[in-house]
Design a protein around this ligand. Structure first.
Ligand code: PGA
Length: 258
């Protein structure tokens, strides 16, 4: 695991955007795994800027989003379809047919989930997966207790997640109870993973994921098993890491490594 600590959320977003741009420069038809939530907003703003000002090209890119609320239509302002369209897709040159987001309104969830898994494989697998982390340590909507081998499926949201996400809805009662989400096993198959976290309220979850045991109680801890995973944090989100000095020492000495 590589731990990168920046002073601000803006710097965190810029580092993440450079990782995405490097991936696309090396492989213009890369498959990206995308996340929603407050955390990646700065990253998406920076990617839009890079597209508009520097010509970062998405014309051959394919994307798969992590999750969607069950029961919200694509037009619902709190759906992740809407979020992605508003914050990224409508500002870049990605072909519509290359975009994949789990359906929150299918009539056959089991069949849809299998199709989503098969479609990721048909597209060659995910080259770079972007993740946030929940205050309960979840990645995507893999709540505590999710199998670390889980695949795309319906998941019941934890009460803490419903409370965390209630800020986007009129009231907690309006937050959907179910979501369709890629599994931990699905995520771990990505070739490279970057997890972004900022703010003090993520500090405990980040510490548990990086320095705690690998456990389904903190599904982000499964990332310890991945060979190419980078946590990009702001200083507040890194504040509960016991080995912080060492991670910064590694980064400081990396340019001279043999
Ligand atoms: P947030 O959500 O970026 O809105 O904090 C992160 C998550 O729940 O994965």
């Amino acid at each position: 695991m590589e731990i990168i600590v920046k002073e601000t959320p803006e710097e965190m977003s810029q580092v993440a955007a450079r990782v995405v741009a490097a991936t696309l420069n090396a492989k213009p038809n890369a498959v990206l795994g995308l996340a929603t939530g407050s955390t990646p907003l700065g990253l998406y703003r920076e990617l839009v800027r890079m597209h508009q000002e520097e010509g970062l090209d998405f014309s051959q890119v394919t994307t798969f989003n992590l999750d969607e609320y069950v029961g919200l239509s694509e037009k619902h302002p709190q759906s992740y379809h809407y979020f992605m369209h508003e914050n990224l897709f409508r500002h870049i040159n990605i072909p519509k047919q290359n975009i994949h987001i789990p359906s929150g309104t299918t009539h056959n969830y089991a069949a849809f989930c299998q199709w989503y898994e098969d479609r990721i494989k048909q597209c060659g697998g995910i080259d770079l997966q972007i993740l946030g982390i929940g205050t309960d340590g979840h990645i995507a909507f893999n709540e505590p207790g999710s199998s670390l081998g889980s695949r795309t499926r319906i998941k019941t949201l934890a009460k803490q997640t419903i409370e965390d996400n209630a800020r986007f809805f009129e009231s907690p009662a309006e937050v959907p109870i179910y979501a369709i989400t890629m599994g931990v096993g699905t995520i771990l198959e990505a070739r490279k993973i970057i997890l972004l976290a900022n703010g003090e309220k993520k500090a405990q979850a980040v510490a548990a994921a990086v320095e705690g045991p690998v456990t389904s109680m903190v599904t982000a801890s499964a990332l310890q098993l991945h060979r190419d995973c980078m946590f990009i944090l702001d200083r507040a989100a890194a504040s509960a890491l016991k080995m912080l000095d060492y991670y910064e020492w590694i980064q400081a000495n990396m340019p001279n490594a043999p």
